[in-house]
Design a protein around this ligand. Structure first.
Ligand SMILES: [Ca+2]
Length: 542
């Protein structure tokens, strides 16, 4: 046999490669690790029909997620989402002391938008564009802020060794209303004017000239700034003589448990925001005892008085530190799609044509990839699985373009308790890592230049190692049903934690996508787009 013959004969290459890899690795399983993707080794391909339908999720975990959504999102496919947020409030670094004769000027809730600086105006002022805003920014929703009545415990009351989990359907008690108005986002929300009444002056005609301080971010980026209930903060903060209320965060979080930010309405904008950057700022004025030097501070005609009380503008910042959690209020009645019907009465025997996947206590897909598989027969064939994958095609007819960037597949928890799914990691995430496992959105670009549009096309999961374990002849794994959901980074196992196999169900990405399901007949136009399991394999000698 010449070298030329060896290199051009795919069968010989296959045998050599198997021997080579087998000698490097502990067992045959590793041959399918995505290393070999060359078509010539994929001697056989088999497509399996799967069964897939929608499962409503009544809750997501939301304690201390990176983004907390406020606003109202009305979507034809997914119905309505309203986002509420609870947050503890921390103490100022310097402690709380309003000094002598304090008067409250204003109390401002401040929360930066997600924004990006665009080109400056002609006069050099920076311009900003708001980012990460969904829905209809021109529609106002009703925004309210309340004093929170529920104490946010860091530890689980039933097991204080564990962190308390907060879910998106938790009901919190609301006390004094601190703010209420209609609201829509505005990229020009870059400045706020605080009235400093102590510094008002009278003009020649005896009219009051009011004095305002201009408040803006250091980079003038836009922020939500809302004036809160002054009497509440006068009574409970500025004029509160019980120093113990402010003596430590633990004491303070019992006295003022935090805030409840509530969004209601039929339509509007929905904004995932970094609440950890939020704050409550108290603007006040007090007396500061000052020794005169060159100025006559008390107006008695000389400049040598000491300890003269001088009205002085002050600012005290209470950061939104501590525990935060989101509340997701879903209403599928407002959808024009058939999502409500598909969630209430899923076709669990034939599967569906449409699979709705959205985050924030939205929906997931339940999939049985083995219902059309003769496991015994396949196991007896002693196959070498070179690649097994599930492809989910985006239904572009009904799905928007702003779909989740990634989906996640795991083993379904068949016995959820109180709507909490403890799904578990599929083998390939642990053995191959997330990159090979995949699930990332694949797109296609149409048009040229300014007319370029990017369309979402599909998501694919490689589950080669898992399928190898289920389909192997000796000691095969029992097959599981799959859960498919919108991906969040917290879905992945913590590399620091041993045996971290339960998929945590945090969610803060409200985006959704509609996928082609399995329930199509060969004559249907969309038959080729149906979700299916594809396996490439070689048969090993028994
Ligand atoms: Ca003086």
């Amino acid at each position: 046999m010449t070298l030329k013959n060896v290199t051009t004969n795919p069968l010989v290459w296959l045998v050599l490669s198997v021997v080579f890899f087998a000698s490097c690795e502990k067992d045959f399983k590793n041959v399918g690790d995505g290393i070999i993707t060359n078509e010539q080794f994929q001697a056989n391909k088999q497509t399996f029909e799967v069964l897939a339908y929608n499962q409503n999720l009544t809750k997501s975990r939301t304690d201390n997620i990176p983004l907390n959504g406020i606003g109202v999102l009305q979507d034809d496919q997914f119905g309505k989402l309203e986002g509420d947020v609870v947050s503890q409030v921390g103490l100022p670094l310097a402690g709380v002391d309003f000094g002598e004769n304090p008067t409250l000027d204003d109390v401002v809730f401040e929360l930066p938008y997600t924004s990006e600086q665009t080109e400056d105006l002609d006069d050099g002022r920076p311009q900003f564009e708001l980012k990460n805003i969904y829905g209809d920014s021109n529609q106002e929703f009703q925004l309210k802020i309340y004093e929170l009545g529920t104490y946010l415990n860091k530890y689980d009351e039933t097991d204080p060794t564990k962190i308390k989990k907060y879910y998106s359907d938790k009901v919190y008690s609301k006390l004094t209303e601190l703010f209420s108005d209609n609201f829509k986002p505005n990229a020009n929300d870059t400045v706020y004017y605080v009235h400093r009444a102590d510094f008002d002056e009278l003009d020649n005609q005896g009219n009051t000239i009011e004095t305002y301080d201009t408040i803006k971010s250091s980079d003038t980026s836009p922020a939500i700034r809302l004036s809160l209930n002054k009497p509440f903060f006068e009574t409970n903060f500025v004029n509160n003589t019980n120093e113990d209320d402010f003596s430590s965060f633990d004491k303070f979080s019992l006295f003022f448990k935090g805030i409840y930010v509530e969004s209601t309405g039929n339509n509007g904008a929905y904004m995932p925001l970094e609440f950890s950057k939020g704050k409550i700022i108290i603007y006040y004025t007090n007396d500061v005892l000052t020794d005169e030097t060159t100025e006559d501070l008390n107006g008695d005609g000389d400049t040598d008085d000491t300890q003269v009380p001088v009205r002085t503008k002050q600012t005290m910042v209470f950061p939104l530190s501590g525990i935060k959690a989101s509340v997701y209020k879903r209403d599928y009645n407002t959808a024009t799609s058939d999502i409500l019907n598909l969630l209430n009465t899923p076709n669990t025997t034939q599967g569906e044509q449409k699979l709705f996947l959205h985050g924030n206590a939205g929906t997931m897909t339940i999939m049985d990839a083995f219902n059309n598989m003769d496991l015994t027969a396949i196991r007896n064939e002693n196959r070498l699985i070179t690649e097994a994958s599930i492809t989910l095609n985006v239904n572009q007819d009904v799905s928007g373009d702003d779909v989740p960037e990634r989906l996640f597949l795991c083993k379904l928890d068949e016995n959820p308790v109180n709507g909490i799914y403890e799904n578990t990691q599929i083998l390939d995430v642990l053995t191959e890592g997330e990159a090979v496992f995949d699930g990332n959105l694949q797109t296609e670009t149409e048009g040229t230049g300014d007319n370029t549009t990017t369309k979402p096309v599909k998501y694919r999961f490689r589950i080669t190692d898992y399928m190898s374990e289920v389909l192997k002849k000796e000691n095969p794994k029992t097959p599981s049903r799959f859960a498919i959901k919108v991906f969040h980074p917290t879905d992945l196992p913590d590399p620091q934690a041993q045996n971290d196999t339960i998929v945590k169900n945090f969610s803060w990405d409200q985006r959704g996508v509609v996928i082609y399901g399995n329930n199509y007949q060969p004559a249907d136009a969309d038959y080729d787009k149906r979700v299916k399991l594809e396996i490439y394999y070689s048969e090993l000698n028994n």
